[in-house]
Ligand binder design. Structure first.
Ligand SMILES: Cc1cc2nc3c(=O)[nH]c(=O)nc-3n(C[C@H](O)[C@H](O)[C@H](O)COP(=O)(O)OP(=O)(O)OC[C@H]3O[C@@H](n4cnc5c(N)ncnc54)[C@H](O)[C@@H]3O)c2cc1C
Length: 566
């Protein structure tokens, strides 16, 4: 079943749902006209459909492997990567001064999602490079920018992020890799990193590792962490890959899915590195990369959901079983329920993802603290909800296929296995929710209330033509506001214990808000029918979620570890 990147959907979302014209009206992004954006999306869709989608199965059936210390990519991945790089897709948001296109992140987010839907394991490679480019643009000195950015942007070199160590996963502050100053402007980096995605490849001339490590005497925790650029090959005087650095891939992980993406155990053995930003400023610099990557990973979830949905829809239109008006299983109410849920969830998660990207664009183009706060608040929602939806939709995709979903040749199971990790890496979804109720509510709830105000304004605009749908959103927004007020008044322990249902409730109500706009844009049409389905059948979940939040932490924390073992 061929994959078709959803260009029309992105155009609709940008034109009618997330106010992309605000970005186009800024001086910085004035060139991103509607025609130009449509042309970019159409080209990216062509690459996704024709070049990347055919690689999806190859990556699963023939995983990347380690051969004499070098990672050999899955068949066809080198050609696929070359097509991505030659098309200029590695870094379309990057600064034109270094060879980028300077396009809005909203457009890049759509492009990334289309490519993720086509082949998640290959798409992860340029996604990581994009994050590295952004970290260097913000934190590297001019010499490092001049040396690395053009090569990363052109795709000749690829980028990785090295945070995780065996004892330091979610608790990044526990990492123990060391960096020692050599007195010649370089540092010797020593330590082991695990789970490093695309830690090596045979299709790039150099692999540039951004590594978190500690300088001697650095304070414990995240304050003592610095960031280093550690290339696989040390650039020579002309900036070309020179002698091999003292680092190696020790082994590759055997994973549940995402087999085309090598997940490496890396060993740094006095490797030569250069500091990025100030000593002790590693987490600040890495956060630039991680925030970009969090939104990108949310988009991976939505992209995989789109692929799983397209597969399931095609199957449901062909499979005959029992009697139905359509003659196939799509006529059965329960199959229709699954497909409608999948489609409605994808719309909601995609709108959140694009609105988050748009807020980041606005925060850069028209630096106003409100936009930056809006982006910061939406980022954990985009990551966690996008990837939770990715997992849930891929799960339903298997179910729609019946027994064939459990049989590998249908491809449905691969979506499920591949997307599962997106809820884990880049900060688990539990950690995202804690970020949302912790750091992102430190403003006393201003960013949250700002979004709830927008939802209420959307209701005002819709109540004349869509009174019932508007009323349901109005009530949901009022409950969300009340619970937010309650949560802001709680201690951190209660907030953390209820973070996951709060994040999901917020996403649910936001999803209803975007669906309501879609209903307004297409009265009596398919979008209005999908909005009615979402608002009447999926939105009510927020009631239970908010009740879960308001129950606080008492009943949960009263359960002891001994109780769990009883
Ligand atoms: C395929 C794959 C690719 C990856 N790629 C990269 C990469 O390129 N670079 C990189 O640096 N890392 C990478 N990672 C690592 C990934 O980011 C970590 O796995 C993730 O951050 C979780 O860390 P952990 O596995 O140690 O789990 P743990 O931190 O041990 O977490 C276990 C569980 O405890 C929960 N938990 C932990 N701490 C808390 C807390 N304080 N409060 C509440 N709950 C908590 C977690 O949410 C989780 O449910 C990758 C991982 C995988 C599987």
């Amino acid at each position: 079943m061929p994959y078709r990147a959803p260009v029309t959907e992105f155009s609709f979302l940008m034109d009618k749902i997330v106010n992309f014209s605000a970005v186009q009206e800024t001086e910085r992004f004035a060139e991103a006209s509607t025609d130009m954006v449509h042309a970019v999306l159409t080209e990216a869709a062509k690459l996704s459909d024709e070049v990347m989608a055919p690689l999806q199965r190859a990556g699963d059936l023939t995983p990347a492997r380690l051969e004499n210390g070098v990672v050999r990519a899955s068949p066809g991945f080198a050609e696929g990567y070359r097509a991505i790089a030659e098309g200029g897709w590695v870094a379309i948001t990057a600064d034109p001064e270094h060879g980028g296109m300077g396009l809005p992140l909203t457009v890049a987010t759509a492009v990334n999602e289309m490519m993720a839907g086509a082949c998640l394991s290959l798409q992860l490679n340029p996604l990581l490079t994009q994050g590295q480019i952004e970290a260097l643009e913000h934190h590297a000195d001019d010499a490092m920018k001049a040396l690395y950015l053009p090569k990363l942007i052109s795709g000749e070199w690829t980028g990785t992020m090295n945070l995780t160590e065996p004892q330091a996963g979610s608790d990044v502050g526990a990492l123990s890799s060391k960096a020692e100053e050599r007195g010649d402007g370089t540092y010797a980096i020593t330590g082991q990193k695990i789970y490093i995605s695309w830690g090596d490849t045979d299709f790039a001339d150099n692999v540039c590792h951004l590594v978190l490590a500690r300088l001697p005497g650095a304070p414990a925790g995240t304050r003592g962490i610095s960031l280093f650029m550690v290339p696989k090959y040390i650039p020579d005087a002309d900036g070309n890959p020179g002698v091999a650095n003292s680092l190696k891939v020790v082994s590759l992980e055997h994973k549940m899915g995402l087999h085309g993406s090598p997940t490496c155990v890396m060993s740094y053995e006095g490797a030569t590195g250069w500091i990025v930003g100030a000593p002790g400023g590693g987490m600040k610099a890495m956060f630039t990369m991680m925030n970009n990557a969090r939104l990108g990973v949310g988009g991976q979830g939505v992209g995989a959901a789109e692929g799983a949905y397209q597969h399931a829809l095609a199957f449901a239109n062909e499979r005959k079983q029992g009697k139905s008006p359509e003659g196939t299983i799509i006529g059965h109410a329960d199959v229709r329920r699954m497909l409608a849920t999948m489609k409605a969830e994808i719309f909601a998660a995609r709108a959140i993802e694009l609105d988050c990207a748009l807020s980041i664009d606005m925060g850069r183009a028209a630096p106003a603290p409100e936009w930056q706060a809006r982006a910061a608040f939406l980022t954990p929602i985009a990551k966690a909800f996008g990837t939770d939806i990715g997992c849930a939709v891929a799960d339903m995709g298997v179910q729609v296929h019946g027994g064939m979903g459990y049989v590998e040749e249908s491809g449905a199971a691969q979506y499920y296995r591949d997307v599962r990790v997106t809820a884990i890496y880049e900060g688990t979804n539990g950690i995202q929710a804690m970020d949302m109720v912790g750091r992102k509510l430190m403003d006393g709830g201003d960013a949250a209330y700002g979004l709830i105000d927008e939802i209420e304004a959307g209701v005002e605009a819709a109540k004349a033509s869509q009174p019932e749908l508007a009323n349901a959103i109005w009530e949901a927004a009022a409950s969300l506001r009340e619970t937010t007020e309650w949560l802001v008044a709680q201690e951190m322990t209660a907030r953390f214990a209820t973070a996951v249902p709060y994040l999901r409730a917020f996403a649910r109500v936001l999803g209803g808000h975007y669906h309501l706009r879609a209903a307004l844009a297409d009265p009596g049409g398919a979008r209005a029918r999908l909005a009615t389905f979402y608002i009447t059948r999926l939105l009510p979940e927020h009631v239970g979620l908010l009740a879960h939040v308001r129950a606080g932490d008492a009943a949960l924390m009263a359960i002891t570890p001994d109780d769990l073992a009883a």
